[in-house]
Ligand binder design. Structure first.
Ligand SMILES: *Cc1c(COP(=O)(O)O)cnc(C)c1O
Length: 381
């Protein structure tokens, strides 16, 4: 099955009793048993499994080409489940540009519990390799990164992690499986904030893991079952419904993202534009190789003045774009990383990785591109 068919049919079947084309929202915590300990139909208690969540999890596994999908109550709950594979003294090598909440979890929760983290720009493969030792258990990458749109060569990292038997997890939230499928390139685990493009309508908080290996998938299901951060059936239904139009939405997000990036590059007030679809993006060639021909709807930029005040004024003056956290919904959003999504990263660290006080991040939606560009034009004016 091709990807655009999988978004609609992957792992799906009609509901057995009524033929309902969409899975019902099974709003139930428990399931009847005929004799003690023997469930009628495999379902026992909804923390372990719920049919609406199963439908979503099977769709997730299908679109990312994994053996197992798991749906969580948030993206961070999904990440947290991966971290629970680790023990004190284990080491993690992570990309130096990460979603702020991921960085916060790593440094303020798991570092405190005795896990050691190295944050490094994974485009420097020699530096990356030099950090590997016998305690290295996990490599964590986001690509493109939030908010600086750095691109990491997934295949190059996977070659190293597979050889050394280190788990390799990729946060695929920004690219989505429409543009990039990390498991096909050698990664072991894909993580999503399904709150973003998979859900696609800014109406749900949800997370996902897709695991390449069935045995590891079973182990991760145990961790989820034993610690409890599962997605409720109503939210599972919403994410499943979102996935059915993922290919159409991300195609338009990408077209609009490219147009907005091209417009910003030519604007006299704009200093730097971060978008992997630009020819002068430092990792454009890698992006072309591993993303399927287009580059998504996330665009960041800075001002020639370098002034925080200019970025704030711009954000206040936008009319079609909404100033809000989050991304990946049909509507365009704008965000000030240093003051909003990435405020949990200490200022010196932010400066070090390039999240300046005049950086603006746009989640370009699927409205008419002309309206979006007009809005940016008037707000920059
Ligand atoms: C939003 C986001 C997360 C966290 O997901 P939640 O659903 O908000 O918990 C993780 N990674 C990336 C790249 C994100 O954008």
């Amino acid at each position: 099955m091709k990807f655009n068919t999988k978004t609609i049919h992957g792992g799906q079947h009609h509901e057995e009793h009524t033929g309902a084309v969409m899975p019902p929202v099974f709003q139930t915590s428990t399931y009847a048993q005929k004799t003690p300990g023997v469930p009628l139909n495999g379902y026992e208690y909804s923390r372990a499994a719920n049919p609406t969540r199963t439908a979503l999890e099977d769709a997730l596994a299908s679109i990312e080409n994994g053996a197992r999908g798991l749906a969580f109550s948030s993206g961070l709950a999904a990440t947290d489940c991966v971290m629970k594979l680790l023990k004190p003294n284990d080491e993690v090598i992570a990309m130096d540009d990460l979603y702020g909440g991921t960085y916060r979890m790593f440094t303020r929760i798991y570092q405190e519990l005795g896990i050691k983290f190295h944050f490094v720009d994974m485009n420097d493969l020699d530096k990356f390799k030099s950090l590997i030792n016998e305690n290295t258990k996990l490599v964590w990458v986001e690509t493109p990164t939030n908010p600086l749109m750095k691109v990491v060569d997934i295949e190059a990292i996977a070659k190293i992690t597979n050889e050394k038997k280190i788990l390799f997890a990729v946060d695929n939230t920004f690219a989505t499986p429409y543009l990039q499928r990390p498991l096909d390139m050698g990664a072991d685990i894909v993580m999503h904030s399904a709150t973003k493009y998979l859900g696609g309508h800014s109406d749900v908080i949800a997370g996902a893991l897709i695991i390449k290996d069935a045995e590891l998938g079973e182990k991760m299901h145990f961790l989820q079952f034993a610690t409890g951060a599962t997605l409720g059936p109503q939210d599972a239904y919403l994410v499943l419904r979102g996935i059915k139009t993922l290919h159409l939405r991300v195609q338009r997000h990408s077209e609009n993202g490219q147009k907005v990036a091209d417009y910003l590059v030519a604007h006299p007030k704009v200093a730097k534009v971060y978008y992997p679809g630009l020819k002068d993006h430092p990792n454009h060639e890698i992006a072309k190789k591993q993303m399927s021909g287009s580059f998504g709807g996330m665009v960041s930029f800075t001002f020639k003045s370098g002034a925080k005040a200019d970025s704030i004024k711009f954000l206040e003056d936008l009319k079609v774009f909404t100033l809000a956290e989050s991304l990946g919904g049909v509507e365009s959003l704008a965000n000030h990383p240093a003051l909003m999504t990435h405020a949990s990263i200490p200022e010196p660290k932010r400066k070090e990785i390039g999240i300046t006080d005049d950086l603006v991040r746009l989640s370009v939606g699927i409205e008419d591109a002309e309206d979006l560009i007009k809005d940016i034009e008037q707000a920059l004016g």
